[in-house]
Design a binder for this molecule. Sequence first.
Ligand code: MBD
Ligand code: FE
Length: 255
Amino acid sequence: MERNPRVDAVATDMIEAIKQVMSDHDLTHSEYRAGWMWMMKLAGSGEIPLFLDVFFESAVERLTFDDKPGSKGAVQGPYHSDAAQLLEAPYVLPMRDDEAGEPIVFSGQVTDLDGTPVVGADVDVWHASNDGTYSGFTGDETCPPDNLRGILRTDDQGRFTFRSIRPAPYQIPHNGPTGEFLAMLGRHSWRPAHFHFTIDAPGFDSLTTQLYFAGDPWLEKGDCVDAVKDELVIDVGKGEDAQVLDTYGIPDAPY
Ligand code: MBD
Ligand code: FE
């Protein structure tokens, strides 16, 4: 393989930065081996994507997108599925017959920077189940791989509405090496409840973002991934408000 100047520039600085930290902390050889063993465990557990996204993705996301106009982005995280299906309107995210959780109806509109609706945009949405797992990543054979995921298309006003269950505060897998690592740093492994979105339309940059729910205690106590932005926290109506949304013609939920 040829020398890659970009990799050389970035990786050489990373290596030097790590060596500097080793020297600042007088790292011992047994500590070096302990870290080495821990990394072997991380690789064996399949949690490398989780670990990297928990500790580093929000920094790169801010660097890349924070100075862009329009809606704020947020990290993608490790649980997006490239195999999500385009759903048919009226939109209900695929869910199990006994899917636990509070029903929610969510509406949004995709516009360009001038506020002109974007018709036919693809809105890829995914979120965790009430027990805090993402389909396809649960190890639970009985959970369909497309559960609580799907792609919606905006209508002639750039709008979309879907029904699902309201995501619950979410604890990242905490029995593995990533959770163990957070615990050694004295940090918790919770994220505020969130929807994930990736919005794509021809001729536009893609937007990957998340939405959080006002009143969620983990907004105060801190997101273990450090990905929350104030602009991404929304209010949720109950009862009457929710029924107004129902006039969009979403059928009764299948639960
Ligand atoms: C998640 O659900 C998530 O959204 C992120 C960013 C990291 C770990 C788990
Ligand atoms: Fe998530």
